[in-house]
Design a protein around this ligand. Sequence first.
Ligand code: NDP
Length: 331
Amino acid sequence: MENLLNAIVINKSDEIPYSAKFDSIDTNSLPDNDVSINVLYSTLNYKDGLAITGKGPVVRSFPMVPGIDLVGEVSSCKTDDFQPGDTVILNGFGVGEKHWGGLAQKACLSADWLIPKPAGLTAKQTMQIGTAGYTAMLSVIALEKQNITPESGDILVTGANGGVGSFAIYLLNKLGFNVVAVTGRPEQSDYLTDLGAKQIIHRDEFSSPGKPLAKERFAAAIDSVGSHTLANICASLKYGGVVTACGLAQGMDLPASVAPFILRGVSLIGIDSVMRPKADRIEAWNRLSSLVSAEHLDTISSEIGLNEVIKSADELMAGKVRGRVVVNCQN
Ligand code: NDP
């Protein structure tokens, strides 16, 4: 029994159709990497939902333990980077896609992928933030680097009730920006207002094919939706406006024209959290540590055990989940 650990395992082969289940696996079957970790918490991101339900081609090899982020305690490390007892964070690097991930009691990862947990956050808080909050922070930092300030004007945030969107609203509001939220769930307006949104717009206004140029309304935007929404945002930005693009909740296409770029000097900045260099990760996590409050994190997240992950992934993909789902991997 001692050599077994609980994990979510995804399988597919010529004989077996795509399946994900809560299972017990042999500890010796963990990959042979530098750092052995007792996983404390992981989370359920959109990408994990795609992987677990098989609704998107996220998993590159089988069997796979999903989970694109985790926080855990180092039990042993073959390099000088970490000591037993250190608490480390992992976001991305193909973990949960091509390397076994965080939805398990233990993980074995490369030291290059890990950063130390910021002192100002508890282990659970780092996963209440998770890849969604970290990506929202990278997006906010990208706007700041383009000299967008609260004086620049209104900032639009799409996918407002989602993980990235809800964090983007919270962080921008904390930094003094006037945030306009775009959502398909206006019944959640109170939640978005509590997060800091000053105005709420229905997503229908942005989701259909639009004109190459529209009225100049927003100084900047953080988009996690893509497709027509991103095209319409580009068309609605003020002269010199900036939009960050990190997601594809509406679609992977970008049916836009060059008009906003060549006539209004608009900038489109891509945000990738997965392969981001270590220095940027540490900057983003330190900023998060100074900006988020424990009360906020408790309000926006719920906790489940590993054995509830499959059901929650279905709910996430059905658009029934609001905020962050933290997975207690030792429970
Ligand atoms: P969530 O599922 O938590 O949120 C997505 C939100 O998008 C939903 O809550 C909904 O918000 C909105 N939405 C859903 N479907 C549509 C649609 N058809 N049209 C318009 N809006 C829609 O996902 P996350 O916030 O975790 O991730 C958002 C996106 O960002 C995903 O595509 C994800 O893969 C990507 N991502 C990319 C990263 C990167 O490194 N580039 C890192 C993290 C995420 P509402 O109900 O308010 O309308």
